[in-house]
Design a protein around this ligand. Structure first.
Ligand SMILES: NC(=O)c1ccc[n+]([C@@H]2O[C@H](COP(=O)([O-])OP(=O)(O)OC[C@H]3O[C@@H](n4cnc5c(N)ncnc54)[C@H](O)[C@@H]3O)[C@@H](O)[C@H]2O)c1
Length: 393
């Protein structure tokens, strides 16, 4: 169905689309890359030329391979005529995150490509079932969710909807595996794996800050020194951008029918309201302007342990609950968090190392103390502790 000869179409030549085009062309495919905005096409063409040349300079691509990869990509200016995609066996959509626009594009693409072509969406937050719902052949539609930057981040979530034919998911996963990506299979649920399981990393940090348990610099320091995370939660949110991070939190919260476990914070809402979006605007939780001061963490080992213990309990609970709700297999949850967001360990393995009974105990203490459903332990966590069972055995 799909193979090395498959021509790959990519619609949307922004940050994600141009990265995905580079991955597919790098794996030897002919690629058609289009965008509604001709300036975006031009930026993608220049950007890819520079990126590929840098890969050669750094010795990551053989000399001349940059031109070869580049020559496999056809840049299409404007998408009024989708005819350029007629020969594509796989089209990956990476346009703006709007359901109406994605649905319209998929319906139009369907009338251009062959009946057995696969239509994939890179959406982060929209239901795959809703995007495929506007198609006559929804069984050919699925989610193929890359992480930013696509050529660098190894993880790709493969997300079939309830309408996707199993062989479409299998063939697409095999193709993306052949691109030397790490694929995981996720169910069509809010946030898929990574954007769901990672929520407490941000949410619990903000909650501790709101309660005055510690300041942002101390929480970041704690998560890096005790947890071994590459960036602290506040640094990471500033890096991602509060507009983006807040939208993901809100969409998971709404998608989960307002489950309090995913409730967005007023603090982050206010940063968005104020236009303090993080590094890109020079101000987020931290001040990035010249002369801006950098707060010093309180290097208190006991406080750091409390911060880490509370966050890791919430993260492990979320990972175990994702398995309970069949969002993904335990193995894929582990891969998703280590390969998609660079966590130092898989969360289930981490929980088992700490002791699932200890994790459960911490959650029960918080649940009793706050009386909030946010801290409720997953039924699967209770079951595993009761039965002394491992999810990874
Ligand atoms: N940026 C990320 O970190 C990230 C990660 C994973 C997934 N995603 C998802 O990938 C998709 C694209 O995100 P991005 O960050 O690359 O956005 P972007 O804004 O950088 O690029 C989107 C591009 O799509 C073009 N476009 C808009 N409507 C179009 C249409 N109807 N036809 C053709 N082109 C159109 C725009 O001109 C723009 O160049 C979104 O669905 C987003 O949720 C983003």
């Amino acid at each position: 169905m799909l193979g090395r000869d498959t021509v790959v179409g990519v619609v949307g030549a922004g940050a994600m689309g141009s990265g995905i085009a580079q991955v597919a062309a790098g794996a030897g495919h002919r690629v058609v890359l289009a965008d509604a905005d001709s300036a975006a096409v031009m930026r993608a063409r220049d950007g890819l030329t520079k990126t590929l040349a840098r890969e050669v300079e750094k010795g990551r691509l053989p000399v001349g391979e940059d031109a070869a990869v580049r020559s496999r990509i056809t840049f299409v200016d404007g998408v009024n005529d989708l005819g350029a995609f007629a020969a594509c066996g796989l089209v990956i959509e990476a346009i703006v995150e709007r359901l109406d626009m994605k649905r319209a594009l998929f319906a139009a693409l369907e009338s251009v490509v062959d009946a057995d072509a696969v239509l994939a969406t890179n959406t982060s937050s929209l239901p795959i079932a809703a995007i495929g719902g506007g198609c006559r052949r929804a069984e050919r539609v699925l989610g193929v969710h890359f992480f930013n930057p696509a050529p660098v981040m190894p993880l790709v979530e493969i997300v079939p909807s309830l309408a996707t034919a199993p062989d479409v998911a299998t063939a697409t996963r095999a193709l993306v595996d052949a691109w030397k990506k790490t694929t995981v299979l996720a169910s069509d649920t809010p946030g898929f794996i990574v954007n769901r399981v990672a929520r407490p990393f941000y949410g619990e940090a903000i909650r501790m800050y709101e309660e005055g348990i510690a300041d942002i610099a101390t929480i970041d320091w704690a998560m890096k020194t005790v947890g071994g995370f590459r960036m602290g939660p506040f640094e990471l949110m500033d890096f991602i951008g509060h507009d983006v991070n807040f939208v993901v939190t809100r969409s998971v919260f709404e998608g989960m029918s307002f489950d309090p476990r995913y409730r967005p914070s007023v603090t982050q809402q206010r940063l968005v309201d104020a236009g303090w979006l993080g590094r890109k605007t020079g101000r987020g939780f931290y001040d990035y302007s010249s002369g801006g001061s950098t707060p010093t963490p309180m290097q208190d080992g006991l406080l750091a342990k409390l911060i880490f213990d509370r966050t890791i309990a919430m993260l492990v609970n979320e990972a175990v609950d994702a398995v309970l709700m069949r969002v993904a297999s335990p193995r894929d949850v582990e891969l998703a968090m280590t390969k998609g967001v660079n966590y130092p360990k898989g969360l289930i393995a981490w929980g088992e190392e700490i002791g699932l009974a200890t994790i459960l105990d911490r959650l029960e203490v918080m649940h009793a103390e706050y009386g909030e459903d946010r801290y409720r332990p997953s039924a699967l966590l209770r079951r595993l502790v009761r039965e002394g069972r491992s999810l990874l055995a």
